[in-house]
Design a protein around this ligand. Structure first.
Ligand code: PLP
Length: 405
């Protein structure tokens, strides 16, 4: 039975800390991580949490405490990971179109680096030769993921070095001694089909003979979790069995035992997160019942940005009769959270909880409309910890400099 927070707990937290509030459940994160490590028992596998999903330092510290490593998307995330106590060898920086200076900083910090352009790889090779092993992010030309916005490995994607240009990487190795330790792909998010990972492995395995110093195949993240009730996520046991089969076969064929790395983001934190809002206004328009909440696309942008489904429950009247609502926000912009959604009858003041709010929820929040960002609460051992206070009006002005009139 997956660990979850009860309606009573969520109501208590909303009463105690106010709304809107993001709530995270530490034990659920632990459980998701354990599901991965259990499935891959006996394999040389390492999981790097893709921290861009949720970077509150308390979450990073929890991730570290359970033995998971961390993958970063910016040099600032690398700095945060260091502050959270990760050792350099537990930190991976998978970059995309970044300034070379960030790669220099990452090297000084001693973290693993995946480089995603020939331009930066060349600069790196010329400066460091064989002295610092690196990974290359390749674009395998595989269409994958829940929708085009979150598909990152297809043949028009900005990510990675196109696999058809791999000879240019080999030329760099030959001319500079560059030590390619890792081949990396990350083809998208919400990949349900295990065959997509199998296809990625197939593309990378063909390249193994080109890189004698290769030690790691990094298959990225993108495991799907259920969003709609009854929906299935990626079958992790099936994935583990497939990966094991492929890597065993490679070893048999070539005598090379490669490590496997993964970078799960959503899988670890999506279901551990809840977003609790309060209904401010009910409005009837023809046959549409609007339920306006004290939040908007500034706090949870996924429905408007990706068309994502977030399951919603009225935890203040859970057993009320079912009616159909459009749940909308308070931003001066169309910000529908849900349309034609059956929900228990809503009264003004009721708490609505949004599920799967742990990944890319708070992390993509902004102060648009000069609204405050929500507070964040971590539930650990059934205790509630405020891990980010709500903004104040001073916060909105904090980085602004006033010009004398
Ligand atoms: C975003 C990202 C991930 C994580 O994706 P999820 O869908 O959250 O698992 C992994 N690796 C890289 C390089 C990413 O950019």
């Amino acid at each position: 039975m997956p660990a979850f927070l009860t309606h009573e707990q969520l109501k208590d937290i909303a009463d105690q800390f106010g709304t809107p509030v993001y709530v995270y459940h530490a034990e659920r994160i632990t459980q998701q991580y354990k599901q991965l490590t259990d499935a891959f028992t006996g394999m040389p596998v390492t999981f790097f949490y893709a921290s861009k999903a949720l970077t509150n330092i308390n979450i990073l510290k929890h991730i570290r405490s359970i033995g998971c490593h961390v993958d970063c998307s910016s040099i600032n995330e690398v700095h945060l990971a260091v502050k959270a106590g990760f050792a350099p060898q537990q930190i991976l920086y998978t970059s995309s179109n970044i300034d070379f200076s960030e790669i220099l900083t990452a090297r000084e910090l001693g973290v693993h680096i995946n480089i995603d352009s020939l331009s930066n790889l060349k600069k790196f090779a010329e400066k460091f030769g064989n002295s610092y092993p690196v990974g290359v992010r390749l674009r395998p030309n595989i269409m994958a993921g829940g929708n085009l916005k979150i598909s990152t490995g297809h043949n028009r994607s900005k990510f990675g070095i196109p696999v058809e240009d791999v000879n240019a990487v080999v030329d760099l190795v030959n001319s500079t001694g560059l030590n390619i330790r890792t081949l990396h792909i990350h083809t998208g998010s919400e990949i349900k089909d295990v065959e997509v990972f199998a296809k990625g492995i197939e593309v990378l395995f063909e390249l193994v003979p080109l890189f004698p110093q290769l030690e790691v195949i990094d298959l990225g993240g993108g495991f799907k979790v259920p969003f709609v009730p009854g929906e299935k996520g990626t079958d992790i046991s099936l994935l583990a069995a497939k990966v094991k089969e492929e890597f065993d076969a490679l070893e048999k064929q070539t005598g090379r035992r490669l490590q496997v790395w993964f970078e799960p983001g959503k899988f670890l934190v999506s279901e551990a997160g809840y977003f609790v809002t309060q209904v401010t206004v009910l409005k009837q328009s023809g046959d549409i019942r609007f339920a306006g909440v004290n939040s908007g696309l500034n706090h949870l942008i996924r429905p408007m940005f990706y068309g994502s489904y977030h399951h919603i429950e009225n935890i203040s009247n859970y057993n009320g009769s079912q009616l159909v609502y459009n749940v909308v926000g308070n931003i001066c912009e169309t910000d529908n959270f849900a349309e034609d959604r059956p929900l228990s009858e809503i009264r003004e003041g009721d708490y609505l909880v949004f599920y799967n709010a742990g990944a890319y929820g708070f992390e993509m929040a902004s102060n648009y409309n000069s609204r405050f960002k929500p507070a964040e609460v971590l539930v650990k051992h059934d205790e509630y910890h405020l891990i980010r206070r709500r903004d104040t009006i001073e916060d909105l002005l904090q980085t602004q400099l006033i010009v004398e009139e």
